[in-house]
Design a protein around this ligand. Structure first.
Ligand code: ADP
Ligand code: MG
Ligand code: ZN
Length: 478
């Protein structure tokens, strides 16, 4: 029997507000434990939360970017449970009226468009963080850091529309790109500001009903999401093929062993006894405010892709690569405005620039090359000051030093040799010292010409003007 995976994701994203959601404590990551706390985020009795408007604004902004409907009235509700990183005994979350509902994200799977629906986006507070130490034998203990407690989070819940580990990875990457465009989060998976849980089940191909799912936690990179889901699908297939049933449970992705292990079973749906927190007033999102937030949205990846294809006549693939980050897209836009040859600029940005950035594990924000200087480099090729090949050398130097191309060409004496007199001497010399290939060429072997051109380029360290060389060589060989 063939099985089809069914996957729904729950993604937690920390918002980039300066202060926490219900108090004035800083949200800066990586400070000394428990230095960013107060009675409110420590959950001390009698303390009272005060809602951070920016957090609500960011949640609306993210919801709009994910094509959600925005709620006009909402409460902040207590979700009751006990855990050591949650001293109040409840987490404040939007249980009854999530900020956004009914959204979607379009992804490209093997060249086909696929829509993943967003069930909802809600706002809540992050918990503290437990740091486990010791060992079972050697008195285990845990410490808790409350710096993270009360950092605003959005939780994004997808419908179970995803059908493979690869689709999950593509979706997550697209989601991250969109959120980065909106600037509501830095989405650093390695710092935990973007965290993903995956609900996974499998069903016989053609079946309409969902199978029993497990929920996979602790995947903190795109690779882990991919590998974890892939493993879980295989594991569930084995279970079903051995005539057993999948146990509904939460499972842990063990990165170092590359396996998932059971954490806790989920036979009963938990009842968190949610109710609106009487200390936080309900919130009305006026349509005027929502409209203003909508207006503050930047051009989003899909709109950019469409514009790049239409306005610049770029292939879809180029448009997708160039819009991979807002900064890269802006760099490209600016360069094209100075040097209006979109495909030529795209080839350079996708090939040379992204190539060097990837090799250095850097991103465009630390790039020394400016659109102005890149456009100047292209003009130097056009006016035949340098050849396309030398331009690549100049480009690398620009990348390293941030110098402008004219200075580099002068300093390194890279100006192309187009002077017929000077080239003629070199051409003659190469003809003289390569009688074999010359005879080959005259005997009809066209390939021999390429060899001779190569020799001339070698003599001139690549600085000979290729057109001039070809012309001279053809004349001399007649
Ligand atoms: P919970 O409250 O237990 O986390 P939800 O109903 O909120 O459960 O669902 C969480 C996620 O699980 C959603 O993304 C949803 O699409 C997905 N999901 C629900 N049922 C299944 C299933 N049978 N297989 C895969 N994913 C599922
Ligand atoms: Mg869940
Ligand atoms: Zn605080």
């Amino acid at each position: 029997m063939k099985f089809e995976p069914v996957i729904g994701l729950e993604i937690h994203v920390e918002l980039l507000t300066k202060t926490k959601i219900f108090c004035g404590c800083s949200t800066t990551f990586g400070e000394e434990p428990n230095t960013q706390t107060c009675p409110v985020c420590l959950g001390l009795p009698g303390s009272r939360p005060l809602l951070n408007k920016k957090a609500v604004e960011f949640a609306i902004k993210a919801s709009l970017a994910l094509n959600c409907d925005i709620v006009d009235y909402t409460t902040f509700d207590r979700k009751n449970y006990f855990y050591a990183d949650l001293p109040k005994g409840y987490q404040i979350s939007q249980y009854f009226f999530p900020t956004g509902t009914n959204g979607y994200v379009d992804i490209n799977v093997n060249g086909e468009n696929k829509r993943v629906r967003i069930h909802q986006l809600h706002l809540e507070e992050d918990t503290g963080k437990l740091l486990h130490a010791g060992s079972i034998i050697d008195s285990p203990y845990s410490r808790v850091d409350f710096n993270r407690a009360g950092v605003p989070l959005i939780e994004i819940v997808t419908e179970a529309d995803i059908r493979s580990a690869e689709e999950a990875r593509i979706f997550l990457q697209k989601l991250r790109t969109i959120l980065l465009y909106t600037e509501v989060s830095d989405c650093k998976m390695e710092e935990g500001s973007m965290r993903c849980d995956a609900n996974i089940s499998i069903r016989p191909e053609g079946s309409e009903v969902f199978g029993i799912r497990t929920e996979l936690k602790n995947m903190n990179s795109f690779k882990a999401v991919h590998k974890g889901i892939e493993y879980e699908i295989k594991r569930q297939k084995k279970v079903l093929k051995s005539d057993s049933e999948v146990i509904p449970e939460t499972r842990h992705w063990n990165e170092s062993k590359g396996i998932t292990t059971a954490m806790r079973s989920k036979f009963k749906a938990s009842d968190y006894r949610c109710f609106p927190d009487p200390n936080v007033l309900p919130v009305k999102n006026s349509s005027e405010w929502i409209d203003n937030i909508k207006k503050s949205l930047p051009e989003l990846p899909d709109e950019k892709i469409e514009r790049f294809v239409k306005e610049y006549n770029l292939p879809q693939y180029d448009a997708e690569v160039l819009t991979g980050s807002k900064e890269l897209a802006e760099f490209y836009d600016q360069t094209v405005s100075l040097y209006p040859n979109p495909k030529f600029v795209s080839n350079w940005v996708m090939g040379e620039l992204i190539g060097l950035l990837n090799a250095r594990k850097e991103d465009i924000s630390c790039c020394e090359i400016t659109p102005t200087n890149l456009a100047k480099l292209f003009q130097l090729i056009d006016n035949q000051t340098i050849s396309g090949k030398i331009a690549k050398t100049v480009f690398e130097e620009m990348f390293e030093t941030g110098k402008d191309p004219e200075t580099i060409v002068k300093e390194k004496n890279l100006v192309q040799i187009s002077d017929a007199g000077e080239l003629e001497k070199i051409v003659e010399m190469v003809i003289e010292s390569n009688p074999g290939p010359v005879a080959d060429f005259k005997g009809g072997k066209k390939k021999a010409l390429g060899f001779l051109v190569g020799q001339i380029m070698k003599e001139t360290k690549g600085q000979a003007n290729p057109q001039a060389v070809n012309k001279l060589l053809a004349e001399k060989l007649k």
